[in-house]
Write a protein that binds this ligand. Structure first.
Ligand code: PXP
Length: 242
């Protein structure tokens, strides 16, 4: 099973926004990720535009739906987000339960309490032939409800895994393996993301059957400072082999 690497480029926009100009060029960076072998680009536009701006969403939308590059837009499904994301015609929209000003996503959906809300949102997105993934923890009931909601995929929030991994990899992966086995049994696709890195990615990939896609931002962009973009992408792709 080939696992796709989707590069989350939020941090590139954060650096650009620090000076208010156009350096580094977010669109060029995204195109270069693809040129160097990444399979996809992920962005997470937030209402305050603190990293990816609404203009970035449009610029990327002019480029990526034309190519084979997976274009994944993440975010909380407000009306404004949904309009922007659907208009951009990405391959996938990942729904995240973040309040607007949270620093970064740090937990998944409760698909039981938000069932009716998510049902409408998912139907709306899928009516535009766009795949839907739900950011989720490893709770089996939440995964079962994601399937009932007809979500195409779930994205495991891997923050807990990453935190525990250095001390006890087997313990860190335990709940994810159980959840992945269940997801495979009921037929819902598996993505993963958050705090994945060169240190913890290979073990995660080796333990999770049918892992379709990982989206990685913070660690990968940080590694680029030392290794450069082309090398860094190759290093992450190697971690996904085998
Ligand atoms: N997946 C989701 C839903 C996210 O919100 C983020 C962070 O924007 C990521 C994956 C990537 O996490 P990280 O930047 O830690 O690699």
């Amino acid at each position: 099973m080939n696992t796709k690497l989707s590069v989350n480029i939020n941090k590139v926009a954060t650096i650009r926004n620090a000076r208010g100009g156009s350096l580094p060029d977010v669109l060029k960076f995204a195109k270069d990720c693809y040129r160097y072998g990444a399979h996809g680009i992920t962005i997470h536009p937030r209402p305050d535009q603190r990293h990816i701006t609404f203009k970035d969403v449009e610029d990327l939308a002019d480029e990526f739906p034309k190519s084979d590059c997976e274009y994944n837009i993440e975010g909380y499904p407000s009306d404004a987000f949904l309009k922007m994301a659907i208009d951009a015609k990405p391959s996938q929209i990942t729904l995240v339960p973040d309040p607007p000003h949270v620093l970064t996503s740090d937990s998944g959906w409760n698909t039981i309490t938000h069932f009716d809300f998510l049902k409408d949102v998912i139907q709306k997105i899928q009516s535009h032939q766009i795949r839907v993934s739900l950011f989720i923890d490893t709770h089996l009931d939440f995964i079962e409800n994601a399937k009932k909601l007809n979500a195409d995929r779930i994205e495991f929030y891997t923050g807990y895994y990453a935190e525990m991994f250095p001390n006890d990899p087997e313990k860190a992966i335990f709940e994810y393996k159980k959840a992945a086995t269940f997801a495979n049994e009921i037929g819902i696709g598996i993505n993963a993301g958050h705090d994945l890195s060169l240190e913890n990615l290979h073990y995660f990939k080796s333990q999770i059957p049918n892992l379709l896609e990982v989206s990685i931002g913070h660690a990968l962009i940080s590694d680029c400072l030392y290794f450069g973009l082309e090398n860094t992408i190759s290093m992450y792709l190697r971690k996904l082999e085998g």
